[in-house]
Write a protein that binds this ligand. Sequence first.
Ligand SMILES: Cc1ncc(C[n+]2csc(CCOP(=O)(O)OP(=O)(O)O)c2C)c(N)n1
Length: 346
Amino acid sequence: MVAFDFEGQPAFLDEGGHLLPGARTPDPEFALRLYRQMLLARRLDIRCVNLQRQGRIGTYPPGAGQEGVQIGAAMAMAEADWLFPTYRDGAAAAARGQPLDSLVRYWMGHPRGGIAPEGVNVFPFSIPVGSHIPHAAGMAWAARLRGDPACAVCLFGDGATSEGDFHEGLNFAAVMGAPAVFVCENNGYAISVPLSRQTASARIAAKAEGYGIPGLTVDGNDVLAVHAAVADALGRARAGHGPTLVEALTYRLGPHTTSDDPTRYRSADEESAARAREPLARLATYLAAAGLLSDEDRERAEAEADARIEQAVQAALGSEPPDPADMTAFTVAAEATEAKGGKAHA
Ligand SMILES: Cc1ncc(C[n+]2csc(CCOP(=O)(O)OP(=O)(O)O)c2C)c(N)n1
């Protein structure tokens, strides 16, 4: 039995990390996998901020605090499904199998960074806000036309819901019955713009009604709840019942990017209240109370994550410097690039 404690949607852990009354006890192995993946993402995030401060990364958009949504959604996907992430979704990309060194290389500005290897179905990060939403709708529709069982899972922020691409993507996917799950990471801000200036809707999920698709709101800091909601939506999509809009309420603990100062628009009280609800500590508290994570287990998991991160960072830092011709390789027609003596890539 799943508890329905969060506005009618499945919920597992309360803000303090206690299993809610009536909630199904999570499978211990799976809960630990979620924890390790969230821990890895959190520690990689901290390392990337440090690399930026050392001048080795130009700019970086921290994802700390949003791992519950990203890992919950990514771990609900089948291998054949495609993830459409934004710049803040490194945790989801890593959980889908994108190599960590490719993520670090991406933020170092290396043109060979951010490319998912064959078989890892992750689209490149969308830096333009919302432009990947129609891409996800199109990919899902194409899969359906081909009889391919792959679904699309598209992550985006609350700010993206004000873009035309959001309307076009959701409307198109709904009309075509495309097997897509649209997951809004509602962290309450688009840079400094609060949700109240983004939409007059009480809930982002309410917008689904206008497209004739299911829309639901979950606690994005309850990784188990996000996982259950996205798994359910993917089940519907795979069964031919079209797309779903999942709004996951969360909070970004850090700045918008390393060039932002959130103290200009968020109060210290708001930040500390959000920190008390954050998803990683919440899951760790639950696991410890359930006897699944001792202090030694946690230290070992942290050391394992750090070793993987260190290896990825060293590989990224040791990359061959980019070829200056790469600047135009993917943006200028092949003949024009070759005429200038540059490299052309198909
Ligand atoms: C089309 C477009 N307009 C403006 C920007 C500049 N910009 C970058 S991030 C951002 C805010 C996005 O907020 P949200 O969608 O809520 O995602 P979050 O950054 O909170 O994860 C803006 C306006 C952009 N990248 N693309």
